[in-house]
Ligand binder design. Sequence first.
Ligand code: FPP
Length: 256
Amino acid sequence: MNFDKTESVSLSTSDINPDPEFFPKHVAIIMDGNGRWAKKRLLNRIKGHKKGTEVVRSIVKTCREIKIPILTLYAFSTENWKRPKTEVTALMTLLKSFLLTEQEEMMDNNIRLNAIGQIERLPDEVQDVLRSTIELTKSNKGLLLNLALSYGGRDEIVRAVRQIAEKVKNGIIDPDASKNQITEDLISDHLYTRAMPDPDLLIRTSGEMRISNFLLWQIAYSEIFITDTLWPDFDRKEFISILKNYQQRDRRFGKV
Ligand code: FPP
């Protein structure tokens, strides 16, 4: 679904309706288009990722101000490991410096960091700073910033199935349908996002009409917005206009 950027919008966060019925509890973003942004400017792709990191800072700040409870950002997919080594290394370096420079900001602004994905595949020094930032911010009660790192939706489901199968093998869960122990809730509880509400809103930048293995189970009823804007050009104004547009949507969850 394409979002019309030309719609006249206010810049003010105060235009967002605070009524919990219309307020997204969880926003997820596929940040796409860093490479194309750089290419258009005859720059190295890494420059696009650098500019993209600045946009991350700005959108995190906006979520915090609007009091969105959870923001999940697709920062690195399981497929992204296949990119050239120099680009993977640059992304890991950017992530590490982002975490180091934002630690103070997170503490000052009550932000709790969490990571979803195959964290054990990240370079040791990234894992170290990631784990220490998660630990440092674990008691913060404001925005939950959830970074998807070496994340793949199918991989997440495979992992959940393995854990459930193990519990069945050990007699902890009865798979018999009449016992109703293997339920949708049980599966949700074995995903990285357990204890989080599913995203109400999924935004993808750069115009591609695909999900790219992101939160496959969790986005069953998410409202989807795809904007042609490349991630490094995405800004607070467009984010707010998408939130306003979301609040006008009629969410029926399959009902009439
Ligand atoms: C997609 O653009 C973007 C990524 C694969 C990485 C996203 C990373 C950042 C925004 C910066 C680091 C993140 C954090 C949280 C500090 P692309 O390279 O696929 O763009 P293209 O499709 O135009 O080539």
